[in-house]
Design a protein around this ligand. Structure first.
Ligand SMILES: [Zn+2]
Length: 140
């Protein structure tokens, strides 16, 4: 289901997300639907659509929408400073991101969560870091 984005509600967005489970498949589906309904949407975290679970979606380098459960940055290389805007905030902010990251996450496969690790770089890595910050209650 396509959801409205939470906007300028810093109290809700500042709450760290709860661990997601295989029961949260609907949250993942809502994130997918909401991402696909928007143009120029690099990433979304579940709290931006009103869920408290640690689920994110982002566009990968081939423009496919990828969903991750409980993502964590395990390693980051080549930090840089960049100005970032957020769909949930009005003003852009300058943040430190890593050009290359290794992400540990879980993927829903046939109704069960499966642990994965993947390496991303450049703007896809940036989108993932932004969305993981949302899961940690951190706003840019
Ligand atoms: Zn954001």
């Amino acid at each position: 289901m396509i959801k409205e984005l939470i906007h300028n509600d810093e109290e809700f967005l500042a709450k760290p997300a709860e661990p997601a489970t295989a029961e949260d498949a609907q949250v993942a589906q809502d994130l997918l639907d909401t991402m696909k309904a928007r143009e120029n949407c690099a990433c979304l975290a579940a709290n931006q659509i009103g869920s408290t679970k640690a689920v994110i979606a982002f566009c990968d380098e081939k423009d496919r929408v990828v969903v991750m459960f409980n993502p964590r940055v395990k390693a980051g290389m080549r930090p840089y400073r960049v100005e970032e805007s957020c769909l949930s905030l009005d003003e852009p902010h300058t943040v430190t991101r890593y050009f290359t990251i290794r992400v540990a996450y879980e993927e829903l496969v046939d109704g069960a969560l499966v642990a994965r690790t993947r390496r991303y770089e450049d703007f896809v890595a940036q989108a993932i870091q932004h969305a993981i910050d949302h899961c940690n209650g951190r706003l840019v």
